[in-house]
Design a protein around this ligand. Structure first.
Ligand code: FE2
Length: 271
């Protein structure tokens, strides 16, 4: 598999819950996808093998088989993922959106496993057109879908202002929502959710696991964490241990020890 994401990008995904890749898709294919997206086509059955979901001869079928896109998907969910659902999200021209912060996965409490969502922007999406907003690093905060919709100005919130052909890929649990479209053009964003079929361990390019940049990436402060930063960092280290197959990974001066040291066990070992 080519075009696997780097170890550093995987650490960014763990810390922030999303990655952004510009210029993933050639202009003519962006245009063809935009045309095809106007016909939704209906949901496929949840759990259909992703490979069988879109035929190779369609624009979207071609999109998902671009080596860079295939490498991105493989890096995060591994081989043979399953289709969950898709949507061609439309925010019509001159549509104002009120508070709508939410989390898609209301009942997903699996440890380590995570679904991904791909957000593809087939046309230039300037600031005034909206673009999905996200709250980076919020994917360890399980809430009940729209329970958080009153939160509008979370520190660190960012949104997709991007050129045509941009892909965002994000952990399904990331807090997000749609923004207003102040332009005279409809805005489309194609969303696709995928499920892994096996443990999400070591599917990315693991050649740079020892890069000293990685603990700094895991320590990223997005703005909203405040005093909860230590808690967030623990969750990130746990997930990083899992995806990178390093069960004893730690940062700083044995940061995780406070939680993992158990006097009783140490006593038993001393015999
Ligand atoms: Fe959503």
């Amino acid at each position: 598999m080519e075009h696997l994401i780097s170890s550093q990008d995987m650490a960014r995904f763990v810390a922030s819950g999303f990655l952004r890749y510009d210029h993933m898709v050639p202009e003519d294919l962006c245009h063809a996808c935009r045309e095809e997206m106007t016909s939704f086509g209906g949901y496929r059955p949840v759990g259909t093998p992703f490979e069988e979901t879109w035929p190779k001869d369609g624009a979207l079928g071609e999109l998902f088989r671009l080596p860079k896109v295939a490498g991105l998907i493989h890096s995060l969910v591994g081989p043979d993922p399953l289709y969950d659902h898709h949507a061609a999200h439309l925010v019509k021209a001159r549509t104002m959106r009120g508070p709508n912060t939410h989390q898609d996965s209301v009942i997903d409490f699996r440890k380590n496993y995570f679904d991904i969502q791909l957000s593809f922007f087939p046309v230039d999406t300037p600031d005034e057109m909206g673009g999905t907003f996200i709250v980076p690093g919020s994917h360890f905060r399980n809430v009940r879908t729209g329970e958080i919709n009153a939160y509008q100005h979370v520190l660190g919130k960012t949104w997709a202002t991007c050129p045509a052909g941009t892909f965002y890929v994000w952990n399904t649990r990331l807090w997000h929502g749609a923004r207003s479209n102040h332009t005279d053009q409809d805005r489309y964003m194609f969303k696709l959710r995928l499920n892994p079929t096996q443990p999400q361990v070591g599917h990315f390019d693991m050649s740079a696991l020892d890069d000293p940049e990685i603990p700094r990436i895991l320590n990223t402060r997005h703005g909203w964490e405040g005093n909860e930063m230590r808690y967030e960092l623990m969750k990130r280290v746990e997930l990083w241990r899992y995806v990178s197959a390093q069960p004893d990974y730690d940062i700083g001066e044995r940061f995780m020890r406070r939680r993992e040291y158990q006097p009783q066990l140490a006593d038993d070992q001393r015999g």
